[in-house]
Write a protein that binds this ligand. Sequence first.
Ligand code: HEC
Ligand code: HEC
Length: 324
Amino acid sequence: MSCRAQEDKFQDDPLNSLIQIPAGFPPIPIPADNSINLERYLLGKKLFYNPIMSRDSSISCASCHRPELAFSDQEIFSKGVGGAIGSRNSPSLANVAYHPYFTREGGVSSLEMQILVPVQEHAEFDFNILRIVDRLNQDSQFIKMSLEAYGRLPDPFVITRSISCFERTLISGNSRFDKFQNENKKYVLSVSETRGMDLFFSKRTQCSFCHSGFNFTNYAFENNGLYKDYLDFGRFRLTGDTADLARFKVPSLRNIEVTSPYMHDGSFPNLEAVIEHYNEGGKPNVQKNQLIVPLHLTKQEKKDLVAFLKSLTDIEFIQNPKFR
Ligand code: HEC
Ligand code: HEC
């Protein structure tokens, strides 16, 4: 009975409009112990934007995952507490609800668990979740919201569950490309963008072999020939298997226009540099995927590919006031 009552409440809830699944997207996988409701979402959002999460109360999740940049940032490596510099570029959080695993080596299996990474990382919050719990329990507003959301006082369960609820609502699938594809609005893409799209999905470039499906990623761990010698060992860091050396999770390309700089180490400042990299066939590396070969693109074809990538920007998503 109480379960049913809660479901009904959710049906009338304004949150419903936030988690509409775009055409062509599968249902969002939601863990059994963390269904989304408005109270959980609101608490998660408050925590996401709150510097109370970091040791010296100086930064929040949103410092490195900014809504107007599709929840990424503009730094090569983001700065954590005390200006400590991390070793990887901050990724977009658009559609993280669908990721089968997290971080670039795929070492974290759920969004809930992923929260513990920035909390503890020295170059991020440099803190301890139990100390965050203490802080929240001194704040009557957080106590009230926690009781409403999960029927218990703020604790690690509430922190990790509620922020994950907020993150699962960050769905982006309404770019001009989507309108072109799903709403049959052929005029929304320019001639150059359409040519770029055909190239992207062609056998010649093979881009869509790895950047495939509704989220433009097959979530595989691949080497795209960025370097001959990598400083970051990628998935090898997790598995210790030499076959995984310098392999990184294939990133989604949605909203790619606003998530520069690019690659795990932010080494490419713009999309033109990325296309130049693929056009040259990358650097020699034993791990390099055999699809990464010189493409012999003309100047115009390079421009077309960049134009297509920019059609993946979802303005409604990056400007959505509900996520602020
Ligand atoms: C100091 C900057 C910084 C802060 C603060 C930060 N992050 Fe991140 N975040 C990153 C970086 C860098 C990565 C990439 C890590 C990697 O690939 O190894 C990342 C990765 C992630 C991922 C995995 C995305 C994927 O594609 O696998 C999620 C989810 C995430 N962060 C959510 C959060 C949440 C929630 C918070 C707050 C509790 C937070 N982050 C705080 C910089 C930050
Ligand atoms: C063999 C698989 C594969 C193919 C084919 C491939 N990519 Fe990638 N792509 C990757 C991987 C893996 C990364 C991330 C590498 C890293 O983080 O160092 C990446 C990164 C990118 C990025 C940067 C994303 C970001 O958020 O930093 C862009 C843009 C991109 N690829 C576009 C393309 C285009 C355009 C093509 C076709 C010309 C293409 N890719 C072909 C695997 C591939």
